[in-house]
Design a protein around this ligand. Structure first.
Ligand code: HEM
Length: 461
C-alpha cells in the first residue's frame, strides 16, 4: 500500500514556497535539498507542488517504466510562444506523430555531410581568432553552433538573420528565468517583459517562416532536416501545415544549437582550468591526426576526447534538469505523488552524487576509462534524458561537440581571464551568467611532461 504521507522537505514561505531560495542559490539549492532530505523531497514553488527526485531508480520509473503517466511540466508548456506544439513541448498523439517524422530526419545516411559541414564551419571560425587575444568563448560557441544548425536544418546559411535570431533566443531565456514560478501571470498580459518577449518571438518567426517558404519553393535540400519534414506526407501520409513546420523548426533551431554551444563552452572552461587534461587531449589529437583535419572516421580512435566530453556533460550538463507533471496519482519511493504534481529530476544533482561518482566535483576524464558507463546504475548519468522522450539529437550533438572540440584544440588552448566570474545560471539551459572570457593560447603537443600530472582542479559545486 503506498503511503499517503508527504516526503520530507523544506517548509518554505507561506506564499512563495521555496521560490526565493531557488532564485538565490540556483542549481545548488536542489543539491542541498537532496543531500539534506534524501532521494525524494517535497517542496512548493509558489502554487506548484514539486517532488525533487534524485535516485536513479526513481528517475527510471518516471522516464521509462511509468512514462505514460507523465507529461511535460508547466515550465515547458509555458514556452509555447517559442516552441508551439513542437517535439519538445507536445504530448500524446501529436508527440507520437512528430517523433516518427523527427526520427526519420535524424537518420544516419547524411551524417558524413553533416560532419564535413561542422568541421568546415569550425575551421572558418578559427581563422577569425588570433593567439594572445581574449574572447567571450560562450558567445563564440553559440554563434558557431547557430551557424551549423541553420545550415543543417534549412540546407542554407542564414547570414544576416543570425544576429536577430541570437538576440531573440536570449530574450526568450531571460524571460524563462524571470517568469520561473510566476505562471499566475499569463504570457499574454502586456507586462514590459512579456511585450519584449512577444516582439522577439515575432522576429524569430519571420526568420523561420522565410526559411520554410524557401524550402517549399526549392523543394528543400535533400539532406536538410527541414526536407525530412517537408516529405513527411510522402512517407507517413502526414501533411505538415506551415504552423506545424514552424513549431518543429523553431524547436530544432533552439535545441540544436543552445545545448551543444553550452557543452563546448563548459568543456573549454574545464580544460582551461585543468592543464594536465588539456595537454593529454592535445597529445592525443597530435598522435591521431598529425597535421590534418579531423574526420568522422577518426572519432573512434579519439578516446580521451570522448572521456573529456563525457566528464564535461557530467559536471555541467547543458540541460541540467528534466521536469514532468503527473497525470494521475502514482507511487514513487513509497510516497504518493498526486495528480497534477510536478516531478523534477536534476542531472546537476545526480551527476555529482558521491554514491555514484568518486570525488564527484572533480574534473577527471580518466574516470570514464574501463567502461564506467556500463557499471553505473541506469540514470546515474543521463545528460540526454532517457526513455521514449530522450534527446532526438543525441548522436548529432555528440558528433558536433567532438568534431568542433578536436578542430579547436589542434590550434588553440584557453585560460580563463583573471578575475572573470564563472557562474552557471539555470534558465531552460545552464548558461554561464557572465559569459566566458578566456585568453587564446597556441596549442602545442608534447607539453604534457612539464605538467603536474596529478593536478586536478576541483570545480565549484
Ligand atoms: C549536448 C547537447 C544536448 C543535450 C545535453 C541535450 C539534452 C536533452 C535532454 C536532457 C532532453 C530530454 C528533455 C526531457 O525529457 O524533458 C532532450 C530532448 C530533446 N532534444 Fe536534446 N540535447 C542536446 C542536443 C540536441 C540537438 C543537437 C538537438 C537537435 C538538433 C536536440 C533536440 C532535442 C529535441 C527535439 C528533444 C525533445 C525530444 C522529445 O521530446 O521527443 N537536442 N535533449
Amino acid at each position: 500500500m503506498p503511503s499517503i504521507t508527504r516526503p520530507p522537505g523544506p517548509k518554505g514561505h507561506f506564499l512563495l514556497g521555496v521560490l526565493r531560495e531557488i532564485r538565490e542559490e540556483d542549481v545548488k539549492y536542489a543539491t542541498r535539498m537532496a543531500r539534506e532530505y534524501g532521494d525524494i523531497v517535497f517542496m512548493r514553488v509558489v502554487n506548484i507542488p514539486t517532488y525533487l527526485i534524485s535516485h536513479p531508480r526513481y528517475i527510471e520509473e518516471v522516464l521509462v517504466t511509468n512514462y505514460r503517466n507523465f507529461i511535460k511540466a508547466v515550465y515547458l508548456r509555458e514556452s509555447r510562444a517559442l516552441f508551439g506544439e513542437g517535439l519538445l513541448t507536445s504530448d500524446g498523439e501529436a508527440w507520437v506523430r512528430e517523433r516518427r517524422v523527427g526520427q526519420r530526419a535524424f537518420r544516419h545516411e547524411h551524417i558524413d555531410t553533416y560532419a564535413q559541414t561542422i568541421v568546415r564551419f569550425a575551421e572558418r571560425k578559427l581563422n577569425q581568432w588570433q593567439e594572445g587575444e581574449t574572447r567571450d568563448v560562450h558567445k563564440e560557441m553559440m554563434r558557431l553552433t547557430l551557424e551549423i544548425i541553420a545550415r543543417v536544418l534549412f540546407g542554407r546559411e542564414l547570414a544576416d538573420e543570425l544576429e536577430s535570431a541570437e538576440a531573440a533566443i536570449s530574450v526568450y531565456l531571460d524571460q524563462f528565468a524571470d517568469r520561473f514560478g510566476m505562471y499566475v501571470v499569463p504570457e499574454w498580459v502586456p507586462t514590459p517583459g512579456n511585450l519584449r518577449y512577444r516582439r522577439a518571438m515575432c522576429q524569430l518567426d519571420g526568420i523561420i517562416y522565410d526559411a520554410i517558404r524557401e524550402g517549399r519553393r526549392s523543394n528543400g535540400d535533400e539532406r536538410s532536416l527541414l526536407s525530412a519534414f517537408l516529405h513527411a506526407q510522402q512517407h507517413y501520409g502526414i501533411e505538415m501545415t506551415d504552423l506545424q513546420l514552424r513549431d518543429e523548426m523553431a524547436t530544432l533551431f533552439f535545441t540544436g544549437h543552445e545545448t551543444t554551444g553550452l557543452a563546448l563552452t563548459w568543456t573549454l572552461f574545464l580544460l582551461g582550468e585543468n592543464p594536465a587534461a588539456e595537454a593529454r587531449l592535445i597529445d592525443e589529437l597530435e598522435a591521431v591526426l598529425g597535421d590534418r583535419q579531423v574526420t568522422l572516421a577518426d572519432l573512434r580512435r579519439l578516446k580521451y576526447l570522448d572521456w573529456v566530453i563525457k566528464e564535461s556533460l557530467r559536471l555541467y550538463p547543458p540541460a541540467y534538469g528534466v521536469v514532468r507533471e503527473a497525470l494521475n496519482d502514482c507511487e514513487i519511493g513509497g510516497y504518493t505523488v498526486p495528480k497534477g504534481a510536478t516531478v523534477a529530476m536534476f542531472q546537476w544533482v545526480v551527476h555529482r552524487d558521491p554514491r555514484f561518482f568518486e570525488n564527484p566535483d572533480t574534473f577527471r576524464p580518466e574516470r570514464w576509462e574501463d567502461g564506467l558507463v556500463d557499471r553505473l546504475p541506469k540514470f546515474a548519468y543521463f545528460p540526454f534524458g532517457g526513455g521514449p522522450r530522450n534527446c532526438i539529437g543525441k548522436d548529432f550533438a555528440q558528433l558536433e561537440v567532438a568534431l568542433v572540440l578536436a578542430t579547436i584544440m589542434r590550434r588553440f588552448r584557453f585560460r580563463t581571464v583573471k578575475g572573470h566570474r564563472t557562474w552557471p545560471l539555470p534558465s531552460l539551459t545552464l548558461r554561464p551568467e557572465y559569459g566566458m572570457k578566456m585568453e587564446l593560447l597556441k596549442s602545442a603537443a608534447g607539453s604534457r611532461e612539464s605538467m603536474p600530472d596529478s593536478r586536478e582542479l576541483t570545480v565549484d559545486s
